[in-house]
Design a protein around this ligand. Structure first.
Ligand SMILES: Cc1ncc(COP(=O)(O)O)c(C=O)c1O
Length: 426
């Protein structure tokens, strides 16, 4: 019998990693309180729980004016609209991210201009961003990916030089810090998702951190059907202007849950960080594995996903085999995002969206090369779930033991590769 679980052998880890999200009586009490109050929804915006969440979250990240809303995609669309960015404007986005980073500009009528990532950390490469700047460029959306942060110093220099708006996509970066400053407080906006997999979650939700009270007022208005809001995004203020908006408010029930999450966050973050340091050390001893480079200015890491890279020749197999085999061993892992130039999603005939149909030349990916993003998505990247870092030292030890076992059985796994790829649809 094979030693590998994917080929019928015994699993390295039989016990599940801890479930996410975690909850206790505090969540039940918080929701019960809102239910009993009768003030369930987000209208009038902001409700008391939403206002408290805005305050607490801005404190947690260390700055900005927070506007809670429906999710972490609309946050980016609203940021662009609040900054006056719209039809035909170009917005630079990295080619290795969740599709939301590129679809949000399209929602605002702007064109996502896709550039490559830095192979050292898989975040937006500032040099690639600079090469993509034209007279139509109005914004950059760096994504702080997995547990890394984009080089915010270089991005802000670029933004200043070319008068660009910076929206940090912090869907993976709650609690992260760059030079001691919270993610999302360095650019003009910080966009956070509170969707159920995120490290601060309320099921579905988002928070937009805005650099100025004026931008926060505009954002609050856009998500509250255009009703005017006071500076900072506070209560309705009829002395201000109405604008076109929609209902993207956060409900009070969701805000109450998020408030408990904010309380719980520091202990969870500390645990993940300690275990990830331990993982760094253990992984760095395995031949063929490359840790993503942590910039010295990235002073506090936050772990939504832990990403490492393999050199397939040296490690002994391609990353899809390793991730698939890890999963079977009981260690949740995957190969992460597809490089965006391989998407068919945005093709004009497929999306039927206004932007790709009006500007099809930007969506012809035939000659677009994103070497770092393509290598990550096709050969190198392996993503661990955050829960691997909430299971004590044993959680990490099991992951390392599984990697070593898979590497030791590389020959057998490679021989079964075709069959496994057919079976698992890769
Ligand atoms: C990098 C990134 N940006 C944006 C989003 C969008 O967040 P939401 O699902 O809350 O809209 C996600 C995840 O869902 C994400 O991973």
């Amino acid at each position: 019998m094979s030693e590998l679980a994917i080929l019928g052998g015994p699993k390295t880890r039989t016990e599940s990693y801890p479930a996410w999200p975690v909850w206790d009586q505090r969540d039940i009490d918080a929701v019960t309180e809102v239910i009993k109050s009768g003030r369930w929804g987000g209208y009038p915006y902001p409700g008391p729980k939403t206002a408290e969440l805005a305050k607490r979250f801005a404190e947690m990240q260390g700055g900005g004016y927070a506007v809670p809303m429906a999710n972490g995609t609309i946050t980016m669309e609203v940021a662009l609209r609040a900054a006056g960015i719209g039809w035909g404007d170009e917005v630079i986005v990295p080619g290795y991210t969740f599709q939301a980073t590129a679809s949000a500009p399209m929602g605002a009528g702007a064109i996502p201009v896709i550039v490559d990532v830095d192979p050292n950390n898989y975040c937006l490469d500032p040099k690639a961003a600079e090469r993509a700047i034209t007279s139509k460029t109005r914004a950059i959306i760096p994504v702080h990916l997995g547990a890394n942060m984009a080089d915010m110093d270089s991005i802000m220099v670029l933004a200043e030089k070319h008068d660009l708006i910076v929206i940090e996509d912090c869907a993976h970066a709650h609690g992260a810090k760059w030079n001691g400053r919270g993610a999302g407080t360095i650019g003009h906006f910080g966009s956070f998702s509170l969707q159920s997999s995120k490290t601060l979650t309320t099921g579905e939700g988002g928070i937009l951190l805005c650099r100025t009270p004026e931008l926060a007022a505009k954002a609050a208005s856009i998500i509250d059907c255009g009703r005017p809001h006071a500076l900072g995004g506070g209560a309705e203020d009829d002395s201000m202007d109405y604008q076109v908006g929609g209902n993207f408010r956060l409900s009070e029930i969701a805000a109450a849950l998020a408030l408990v999450g904010v309380e719980r966050f520091p202990a969870q973050a500390k645990e993940r960080e300690a275990m990830a340091d331990y993982m760094d050390e253990a992984l760095s001893e395995i031949p063929g594995i490359r840790l993503l480079r942590r910039d010295a200015r990235h002073t506090t890491r936050s772990f939504y996903r832990y990403i490492f890279a393999i050199n397939p020749d040296e490690f002994g197999m391609e990353h899809d085999l390793l991730a698939g085999a890890l999963d079977s061993e009981g260690i949740e892992a995957d190969t992460g995002y597809e490089a965006m130039n391989k998407y068919t999603l945005f093709q004009p005939h497929k999306s039927r969206l206004a932007v790709p149909n009006a500007f099809p030349e930007y969506f012809d990916f035939t000659n677009m090369k994103l070497p770092a993003a393509e290598r990550a998505s096709e050969h190198e990247a392996v993503w661990f779930d955050e829960n691997v870092f909430r299971a004590g030292q044993k959680g990490v030890d099991d992951a390392i033991a599984a990697i070593r076992k898979i590497q030791a059985n590389a020959k057998e796994l490679n021989e079964a590769a075709d069959e496994l790829r057919t079976k698992y649809g890769r």
